[in-house]
Design a protein around this ligand. Sequence first.
Ligand SMILES: [Zn+2]
Ligand SMILES: [Zn+2]
Length: 270
Amino acid sequence: MRKKGFTLIELLVVISIIALLLAILMPSLALVKEKAKLVICKTNLKQYGLAIKMYLLDNGDDFPYARASIFDPLTTGQTYSCQWHDGSHNYMGDKQKQGPLFEYMESMKIHLCPTFKKFAREYGPNHLGHNNSGIAIEPVYSYSQNVFLGHNPGVWEKGVKKGSQVVRPAKVITFVEETLWQIDGFASHILNDTIFFARHMNDSFEGDCIATYHGTSVQKKNDGEGNTIFFDGHVDLLDYKEKFEYSWGTLSASFTYSWPKGRVGSQRPY
Ligand SMILES: [Zn+2]
Ligand SMILES: [Zn+2]
C-alpha cells in the first residue's frame, strides 16, 4: 500500500517547477514594477501642470520666476550642484525655502520620480560638480521648469511672460525630467537648480537636456526617455536624441519642445 504524503522525488519536482515559474515571472514582475513607477512619474507631472495652471489663474496669467518657482535655489558654493540630493535643505519642512508653486503641491512625494530615485542612488556621487565633503545622496526633487516660460532675467529673457502667449500649448513643455549626467552633443549641464534651459544645438554649449531614466537601466543610462508635461496638460515621454533639421541648423528635442513662441521655421528662434 502506498504511503500518504510526498516522496523526496516528488518534492524535488515540485520545488523545481516552482523555481522555474519564479524564473519566468521575475522579469515580467520587474517590468510591472517599472510600469508602476512610470505611472507615478506621470501623475507627479500632472500635479505640476495643475499647480502652474492654478498659479496663472491667481496671478494675472504671469508665469512664476522659473529658478525659484518650487524651491528657493542655493546660489553659492559647491553645494549648488548637489541641491537635488541635499536632504539638509529640506524644502518640505521649511516655508522660507518654498517657492510660490509649492503651496499648490505640498505633498513631498510628487517631487520625485521613483525611477529617477534608483538612478540617483547608483549614479549620484558621480555627477558633475559633486561635492565630496559628505552630502548624502538623498534625492529631493527631479523635475525642472522650462526657462522660456516667465520673466527670467538675463539670457533667459527670450521666452514669454504670460500663459496666453504660448503659441502652441500642446507642443510646449512646462516641466521636464532633466538629465543627471552630461551627454555629448546634447547636455553640458545637469539637474542642479530647478530650471530647464535648453539651448540651440549650434550654440557654443548645449545646456540642459531631457532625461533618459525611463525604459533603460543604469548600465545603459543614455538609452531611455524622460517624462514631460506640456502646457495643454498632457504628459508624454520624449527622446532627447530626436533632432529637428532646419536650413540654418539643427535643434534638439529639448529645445524644440521648450520654445513657446511658435513653430521654428526658416528663422532661428534667437
Ligand atoms: Zn520619471
Ligand atoms: Zn552632489
